[in-house]
Design a protein around this ligand. Structure first.
Ligand code: MTE
Length: 471
């Protein structure tokens, strides 16, 4: 019998597994995707306080939960799970040939793990968002097919042989030799590859006033992370003879119908971090993410990562384009709005357990989540299981990179009593992620963009996990 810790007590960081806890207990119903059938979940629901170990080991195999159930399951020993002895179709038949899927696909059992639209968020799907299923991802890289999407005028699959990138100056003296590049020109140059997160400035925007959506996919899913490959923009500007002393800003322009143009301060370009990228996770960008060329602006809100990039203009003043003068601005409590607040400040969220999931049994769980900062690397992430009264430092999985997602974990023994799970990140500048009360004291409640408040997931006695807010 495992010894349970009192509610609210998280495990010390140095402790790899909770002492005395049974690592096979503590099963989680993943949501909204999972591989348990509704019948299996029903079985669990009926007897969840009494049993579980054996029926859950069998859950993925589908049959044992139906045959064991109730007290019978309690008696079953995990080592004696009968499914291990049953012949399986996959062990006694010929598998599929190589290249049956010339471009590989996920298992059919994972088909629930998809990016999703938030119903009712926008009127037109071409000017909308699809959210990444953070609750089902591991590590820090977002599979390209699950990368969130944000389009203002739909996505295009542009013929790369017809795509061009122009570099010019707002005045002739800013760029000595304006050029038009083909994709071939750009891809011949020495490449760099770097891992970075991209977060839409509107991520978590629905939660400014109050709790609005149930799962982490919708609260935080305008967030993804990839390895991008391309050429530093600085290199291209130097080739064109840009006057990088006189230049103060660049304007990036997209080739889609949305007239997406964004001002970017020249210091970011000079740092070498801003990249004209064609590669994402080892292959070409996906069309939804800007194929064949997009701007990568590490640490800066997603809107500046202009997709289907067709033009860079070098200038000496901000351009006040529509997507920086009217949209992507922060409405402050006094009714004024702030422009050009583009850095994504330090933020984190627990992705498991998270809203919509259910803890099916008390016992051992791994609390796991993501942290990131537009100002550099994550230094530390603390987790609270009692709504912010006590905090425990988590383990950061390597690699821990600048302006990249960082995965944190903490072992936790749930004693079956209500809990309030929170994570609080600190970046290398010492900035600590604020609570909702702190953020609202400065920013009010009527903003859309740049909500980096601490997220709370409430675990009810039933095991249900819900989105709540704590000031
Ligand atoms: N670039 C163009 N040309 N058109 C767009 O609609 N959307 C922007 C940005 N770049 C957009 C664009 C916004 S608001 C965001 S958050 C990111 O792209 C989203 O990038 P993703 O769709 O690759 O996730």
């Amino acid at each position: 019998m495992s010894k349970l810790r009192p509610t609210g007590e998280a495990t010390p960081r140095t402790d790899p597994l909770v002492p005395g806890a049974d690592a096979l207990s503590g099963r989680l119903r993943r949501a909204p995707e999972n591989f348990l059938t509704p019948e299996e979940i029903g079985q669990v629901g009926k007897g969840r306080r009494d049993f579980l170990r054996a029926s859950f080991l069998a859950a993925a195999g589908a049959t044992a939960a139906a045959t064991l159930g109730g007290r019978g399951a309690l008696a079953a020993d995990t080592a004696g799970d009968p499914d291990i002895l049953k012949p399986t179709p996959w062990g006694s038949s010929l598998g599929q040939p190589v290249a049956a899927n010339p471009y590989g696909l996920p298992s059919k059992h994972e088909r629930g793990l998809v990016r999703r639209q938030s119903p009712g968020l926008t009127q037109v799907a071409a000017a909308s968002v699809s959210f990444a299923p953070l609750q089902g991802l591991f590590g820090i890289i977002t599979p390209s097919g699950l990368h969130f999407e944000r389009h203002h005028q739909g996505w295009q699959d542009i013929d790369p042989t017809r795509h061009r990138l122009m570099i010019n100056g707002s005045r002739p003296e800013f760029v000595k030799t304006p050029r038009v590049y083909t994709m071939d020109d750009i891809m011949r140059l020495p490449p760099v590859s770097r891992m970075h997160f991209i977060e839409c400035g509107a991520n978590t925007g629905m939660e400014w006033g109050n709790v609005a959506v149930p799962t982490v996919q919708y609260t935080h899913g305008m967030l993804s992370c990839s390895e991008f490959t391309g050429v530093p923009l600085r290199t291209l500007l130097e080739y064109c003879g840009a006057d990088l002393k006189a230049a103060k800003f660049i304007l990036a322009e997209g080739g889609d119908g949305s007239s997406m143009t964004r001002t970017i301060p020249i210091e970011l370009v000079m740092s070498g971090e801003v990249m004209v990228a064609y590669g994402q996770n080892g292959e070409m960008l996906r069309p939804e993410n800007g194929y064949p060329l997009r701007l990568v602006v590490p640490g800066v809100q997603g809107v500046s990562w202009v997709k289907w990039l067709r033009r860079i203009e070098v200038g000496d003043r901000p351009y006040a384009a529509k997507d920086e003068a009217v949209h992507y601005i922060d409405l402050m409590p006094d009714g004024q709005h702030r422009q050009y607040t583009s850095i994504q400040e330090c933020k984190s969220v627990i992705t498991s357990p998270s809203g919509g999931q259910q803890l099916l049994d008390k016992g051992f769980f791994t609390i796991s989540g993501l942290a990131w900062s537009g100002r550099g690397a994550i230094k530390r992430v603390d987790v609270s299981v009692d709504g912010g009264i006590n905090w425990t430092e988590t383990t950061l999985q390597t690699p821990v990179l600048s302006k990249c997602l960082t995965r944190f974990t903490l072992p936790w023994n749930w004693d079956g009593r209500p809990a309030l799970l929170q994570s609080r990140a600190m970046d290398e500048t010492g900035f600590v992620q604020p609570a909702y009360g702190q953020l609202r004291a400065v920013r009010g409640t009527r903003s859309i963009y740049h909500n980096n408040a601490i997220q709370t997931w409430q675990v009810a006695e039933s095991g249900d996990v819900n989105n709540v807010q704590i000031l």
